[in-house]
Structure formats: structure tokens, C-alpha cells
Design a protein around this ligand. Structure first.
Ligand code: GAP
Length: 432
């Protein structure tokens, strides 16, 4: 993990938040490469689960919502973690994480550590809307994107007339006042979710749940290429289920600090729609167009953390040779740059100009880096370290026959490709 943290900062994937002021604990900023990586993950997810499907209706809802939403959803009363305090040093930890308690007790070696009784700690961040002190309204920053989709269920039904089963999806930021944030970007106070509320007939929920298990597994293993041996499904025990769920399973990844949740799949029943209907006084039912039957659909919810995905693909892609050379074997579809263009030498204007032309043509269709500093070996190493799949070099031969070398990151193998065919060559590789 230390190597990833150091590479991430050195190369501009992830910087500590508010860095020039000494940081703010457990906040992180994504740099030029990290921002591209996140965007590529979100685009690929959108293409996979929204754009190419006929049953998905995307929304983009507010971070701030009427507080009644969070009362109806149960978050005001139940979105809590059990908090205990160490009686020696007052450190606050989660009572439901025995491994973290054990780790903390080791820091007081030789002493008998006792803890306060667990207290429920609500994880929603509160803020206020309005300017006059006495009339300001309390509001919460949303702790999940899901409620934005439930409260728009009726709007989507009216505007889109979808037929069951169908999903409402969104990608967006959420905020949680975590008791023990940490492990780099694994558990942070703000993060993005890619979430789907999939509405089904009650009797179909189990089949839908099993179907989503396959689709989520395919996404992380086949589409993002993460090693299956480092992933597993784990079903929640009854006492760890969220207040809204009757069945939840997580995909866990073997992080350097142990197995931890990557994604979640929850059966939320009709909990959310029923509660919002009751508290808002609005009918949130579906009318079957064929039978005219009216009922509240049940919900299966696949949810994916964006930054956890980024952390997992970085950890999975990281390789280091005996000589200390780092190659980030990212899937080309999500690599920050698809290619890098180099002029072999920087003091020969015809070569530099030709390379600039190649760069300008390519960057219209995909993200391309430019590098004209140092020797070619160093430039290859620099691109390998950030996961650029192909390096294109314009050399003396280019001036004669209009071909360039294309070097493959993972094999080091080089071929010559005509400049006019470069775009098609890269697009074909990306489609593989
Ligand atoms: N709507 C359901 C829901 O929010 P969750 O399991 O609490 O479920 C969904 O969160 C996903 O968000 C997780 O599977 C994980 O990928 C990510 N996630 C949760 N807490 C996080 C945190 N503190 N920092 C980064 N990612 C987090």
C-alpha cells in the first residue's frame, strides 16, 4: 500500500487533501492522472450498466434533500455505527470491527484496556440552509445516492413510462462522518457511488439478485480484469444487515490490510418506496399496463464505490521488477492515457513537427501524452509507471516512409505502423 500511496502522489494520481496547509486527515484530491482514471471508470460503468441497456433510467439528483427524506428512509434513526471509546487514550473506534479493536489494544501493550459501552453514532453530516441565524433549516449531506432515486420514482414513471423490471441509476458524491476512516482512499469521508435501484415484482427478487451477482462479478473480473483469486462474495450476517435490507452480499477484495468490502448488493424489499409513500402522502405504486394490477415494486440494489474501484485496479495493476522498475498493467480501457507520443530527438525540427502532427491527430479521439524529455528508455519507463499501454516514437525512418514505432507496455514488443493507420490501430486494440 505504501508503494501505491507514494506512486500515486509522485505521479499525480492522488494527493493528500489541502496539502499546502498540512492536509486534512483522510481527505484526498485526485490529480491529473487520478481524475482521468476515475472518469474512465465512471464512463465504462455508464456504458456497461446504462447506455447499452434498454431497462435503465439515469438521474442526477441533489446532494441536499429535504430532511424528511432521511427521516422516512430511516437514516436519521438508524444510519449509525456503534462507537466505543478507549478509556486509556480516548480513541474512538467501531465496536463492530474486532480487528481494529485488537490492533488498538496492541498499542497499549502491557496495560489492561477497557472500553466504554457502545453508543450509536449517526454518520450523516449536518449543515444548515438559509442566511438568518434563527430561521436556518437543518439539512444533511446525502450519505447514499439511493434516496435521490427513490424520491424520483414517480417522476420517472410519469416521464418515461418504463415497464418492470427496470432500474434507476446514478453516479454521484456522498458524505459520511466515518468513525474510523483510513487505509488511504479505502474509507474516506466523501466518496462517489455508482448505484442502481432495480425495481422488480416481489416474486422475482431472488432471481434478479442472482442475476446481478453475475453482472457485478463480470464487471470487476472480465471488464476491469481484476484477478478472481483476490475477490470473493460474503453474505452479511443477520446482525450486520443495514436497517433497510433483508439480504445483502458484498464483493470483497483482498487489500494489503486484509479482506474488505469493494461492492454491495442489497435486497431492499419495498422498504424505501413504502416509507416515502407513507411519509409524503404520495402514491408510489406501479400499475401493470397489461393487468392493471397496482403494487409497490421491490428493489435489488447493486452499488459500486468509484474510489474503491480505482484503489483496487491500482493495487491489481502494480508490478515491480527486481530492478525496481514499476509497470502499472492497467486495462487500456481505463488507463489515464491510451498512448504517448515521442519525437526520438528534440533537436531535429522535422521529427518534432511530425511527432506533433501525430499527437494532434490522435488526441482528438483518445487521451494521449506527449514527452520529449530525456532518452527514450526513460520515457518508456515513465509511461510504464502510469500504465500507458502504447508508446509511439517518431524517428528518422518516419521522415522516409511515414511509419512510426508502436511499443507495447506489457511485452516491450515494437512494431511499425503507418501514421495514417495509427488511430484505427489503437481503436482496434481498445476494442479487444
Ligand atoms: N445505497 C447503499 C449503500 O450506500 P454501502 O455499502 O454503504 O451501500 C456502497 O456503500 C459502496 O460505497 C460500498 O460498496 C463501497 O464501494 C463504497 N463506500 C462505502 N463507504 C465508503 C467510504 N467511507 N469511503 C469510500 N468508499 C465507500
Amino acid at each position: 500500500m505504501e508503494k501505491i500511496v507514494s506512486l500515486a502522489k509522485r505521479r499525480g494520481f492522488v494527493y493528500p487533501g489541502s496539502d499546502i496547509y498540512g492536509g486534512l486527515a483522510n481527505t484526498w484530491d485526485y490529480g491529473p492522472l487520478g481524475a482521468r482514471l476515475l472518469q474512465n471508470i465512471k464512463n465504462l460503468w455508464w456504458k456497461t450498466f446504462v447506455e447499452t441497456r434498454r431497462d435503465m433510467y439515469p438521474v442526477d439528483t441533489g446532494l441536499l434533500m429535504n430532511s424528511k427524506v432521511w427521516e422516512a428512509s430511516g437514516h436519521v434513526s438508524s444510519f449509525t455505527d456503534p462507537l466505543v471509546e478507549c478509556k486509556i487514550c480516548n480513541a474512538r473506534l467501531r465496536a463492530d470491527k474486532p480487528e481494529e479493536i485488537e490492533e488498538h489494544e496492541k498499542s497499549h501493550e502491557g496495560q489492561k484496556v477497557s472500553w466504554t459501552e457502545p453508543k450509536n453514532f449517526n454518520m450523516m453530516f449536518q449543515t444548515h440552509i438559509g442566511t438568518a441565524e434563527d430561521s436556518r433549516i437543518a439539512a444533511y449531506l446525502r450519505p447514499e445516492t439511493a434516496q435521490g432515486m427513490f424520491v424520483n420514482f414517480k417522476n420517472v414513471l410519469i416521464t418515461e413510462r418504463p415497464r418492470l423490471p427496470f432500474g434507476i441509476s446514478q453516479i454521484g458524491k456522498v458524505f459520511r462522518n466515518e468513525i474510523t476512516p483510513g487505509n488511504f482512499t479505502f474509507r474516506t469521508l466523501e466518496f462517489e457511488q455508482m448505484e442502481i435501484e432495480y425495481f422488480v415484482k416481489e416474486e422475482d427478487w431472488e432471481a434478479s439478485f442472482e442475476g446481478w451477482k453475475i453482472q457485478m462479478w463480470d464487471w470487476i473480473t472480465k471488464i476491469l480484469g481484476v484477478d478472481e483469486a483476490k475477490l470473493k462474495w460474503r453474505a452479511h450476517e443477520k446482525d450486520e444487515l443495514s436497517h433497510y435490507s433483508k439480504r445483502t452480499e458484498d464483493i470483497e477484495f483482498e487489500f494489503p490490510f486484509g479482506w474488505g468490502e469493494l461492492y454491495g448488493l442489497a435486497y431492499r424489499g419495498d422498504f424505501d418506496l413504502k416509507n416515502h409513500s407513507e411519509k409524503s402522502g404520495q402514491e408510489l405504486e406501479y400499475i401493470d399496463p397489461e393487468t392493471n394490477e397496482k403494487y409497490t415494486p421491490h428493489v435489488v440494489e447493486p452499488t459500486f464505490g468509484v474510489s474503491r474501484t480505482a484503489l483496487v485496479v491500482l493495487l491489481s495493476a502494480f508490478t515491480e521488477g527486481d530492478d525496481g522498475r514499476i509497470v502499472l498493467k492497467l486495462d487500456p480501457k481505463i488507463a489515464p492515457y491510451k498512448a504517448a507520443v515521442f519525437p526520438l530527438v528534440s533537436n531535429k525540427p522535422e521529427i518534432v513537427e511530425k511527432a506533433r502532427n501525430v499527437y494532434d491527430v490522435l488526441r482528438v479521439s483518445c487521451a494521449v501524452a506527449w514527452d520529449d524529455r530525456g532518452n527514450i528508455g526513460k520515457r518508456y519507463a515513465s509511461q510504464d509507471e502510469i500504465g500507458t499501454p502504447w508508446c509511439i516514437t517518431v524517428d528518422y525512418q518516419t521522415l522516409e516512409d511515414n511509419t512510426v514505432t508502436v511499443r507495447d507496455r506489457d511485452t516491450g514488443h515494437q512494431i511499425r505502423v503507418a501514421t495514417g493507420e495509427l488511430q484505427a490501430h489503437i481503436e482496434a486494440k481498445l476494442a479487444l
